[in-house]
Each structure stands twice: as C-alpha cells, then as structure tokens.
Design a protein. Sequence first.
Length: 72
Amino acid sequence: MRASLSAKIIAVCNTKIAKNGPGVGLSFYAFFANRNDDPPLLMEAAQWWILTHGLDHFEKAEKIRLMVERGD
C-alpha cells in the first residue's frame, strides 16, 4: 500500500475514534469522498481490505489503524 493511502487511513481512523469512541466501525469507503476522484486509489484500498485481508464490510477503526501501522 502506498504511503499516502496508509497516512490517510490512519488519519481517518484517528478522527473517527476521537469523535465516536473506540468501538466505532468503518468501511474502506470512509477514506474517500462521495464522488470518487481517484479510482486507482479506491481499488488499492479495496484490494487491501477485501482480497488481501478478507475483512468484513464494516470493521473497527482501531483494528484497521493497527493493521496499517504494522504494515499488514
């Protein structure tokens, strides 16, 4: 995963956790605007989320942040 996507995921997770608490869930769509202006980046996130890790549609933000920080 490219560094810019990792940083974006961590920032979004941090914001969601700060706003909604440690149990907040999110999907990989949370990292993108409603109007997708970067399809290759969306596909990279989807591949990491679905194909590489087999994650459910919604996962805990803390789990995702930890996975990205570890470089999973």
